[in-house]
Write a protein that binds this ligand. Structure first.
Ligand SMILES: NC(=O)c1ccc[n+]([C@@H]2O[C@H](COP(=O)([O-])OP(=O)(O)OC[C@H]3O[C@@H](n4cnc5c(N)ncnc54)[C@H](OP(=O)(O)O)[C@@H]3O)[C@@H](O)[C@H]2O)c1
Length: 294
């Protein structure tokens, strides 16, 4: 089997390479970073994919700077919608599957119980709108060979994310204020990567699925858990006070849903994978953190 990965130096891209379960000698993975392939360049994207002729393309490339997207809507649309369209067109030419990653930010957060894949979307931000466009284009271009996996609140040892930011702030400051009225499911990119590989190995699956770690939290709860777990593991020895604040007290360029918990039942049933609680996954990530370059 041949697998083609885009956005290979991002959080998910790197965890896909860490967790690849395919060991057969006949399997080859080509993983390209944004420097090696800009998915917004249609001719180059088609050229690369045509030349390699993968069975499956996994798109980890995305414009993920949620606030910056508000002032760069054209670039966000190019990367999050035109790029996936280019990949879908390239996949269609060679009958490859396309596994595309999307976000909980396609929802407006007005529900009070977990969002199912078929629930109505209504993004509040440019990032959410462009990601939704990307989903639609992929599903329309190759409906019979595409999977869209929506995920939420991703973190890992790599790149920039909430967990790493909190570890830094906790080490630096005596008091930090964290938003307590946005609820979601923190998700370790390593677990998402394993789920993506399971989708790779199930060619019969198509359409939209949700994937996150189990359980829910506010950003405040997550910050508290990071502090407690990091102290237990000896990563931090500070006694930082974490105080809860409202979203209105922490204004950002992009609006975020106040509730974006995803119902992952259909993905877990289809893949036969049990739910792992986000706090268990957080602990595993923090244990691994010192051994990872980040
Ligand atoms: N992070 C989250 O909290 C979160 C939550 C829900 C869903 N998601 C979704 O999950 C997926 C993976 O996210 P992630 O956290 O792994 O993202 P990430 O760490 O920001 O990685 C995205 C990667 O895409 C690359 N990229 C950007 N523009 C590109 C282009 N035009 N062509 C090729 N590559 C390009 C980036 O390269 P450069 O660094 O060089 O720009 C980066 O390596 C994305 O689809 C994202 O929308 C993320």
């Amino acid at each position: 089997m041949k697998i083609f990965i885009t956005g290979a130096s991002g959080q998910l891209g790197r965890e896909l390479l860490n967790t690849c379960p395919i060991t057969s000698k006949n399997s080859i993975i080509k993983a390209l970073t944004s420097n090696e392939l800009d998915i917004t360049q249609r001719q180059m994207t088609i050229f690369e994919i045509d030349g390699f002729r993968p069975d499956v393309i996994i798109n980890c490339a995305a414009y993920t700077a949620v606030d910056k997207a508000e002032s760069e809507p054209d670039r966000a649309l190019e990367v999050n919608a035109i790029g996936p369209e280019n990949l879908a067109v390239a996949a269609a030419k060679i009958n490859a599957r396309l596994i595309h990653i999307s976000t909980d930010f396609v929802f407006d957060g007005k529900k009070s119980f977990p969002y199912e894949p078929q629930d109505s979307t209504n993004p509040l931000s440019i990032y959410g709108q462009t990601k939704l466009e990307g989903e639609k284009i992929v599903l329309k271009t190759i409906p019979e060979r595409s999977v869209v996996i929506r995920t939420s609140w991703l973190y890992s040892a790599y790149g920039h994310n909430f967990v790493k930011t909190m570890l830094r702030l906790i080490a630096e400051r005596p008091v930090i204020a964290v938003v307590a009225d946005q609820i979601g499911s923190p998700t370790w990119a390593n677990g998402l990567a394993k789920a993506v590989w399971s989708f790779v190995l199930k060619p019969e699956l198509t359409g939209i699925y949700h994937w996150s770690d189990a359980g829910v939290a506010s950003w405040y709860d997550l910050a508290h858990a990071i502090l407690e777990e990091a102290r237990l593991l000896g990563i931090l020895n500070t006694h930082t006070e974490i105080t809860p604040i409202k979203t209105s007290e922490y204004p950002t360029a992009a609006k975020r849903p106040s509730f974006s918990v995803l119902d992952t039942t259909s993905a877990r049933k289809a893949l036969g994978i049990k739910a792992s609680h986000w706090r268990v996954e957080l602990r595993k990530m923090l244990k691994e953190l010192p051994s990872k370059k980040h």
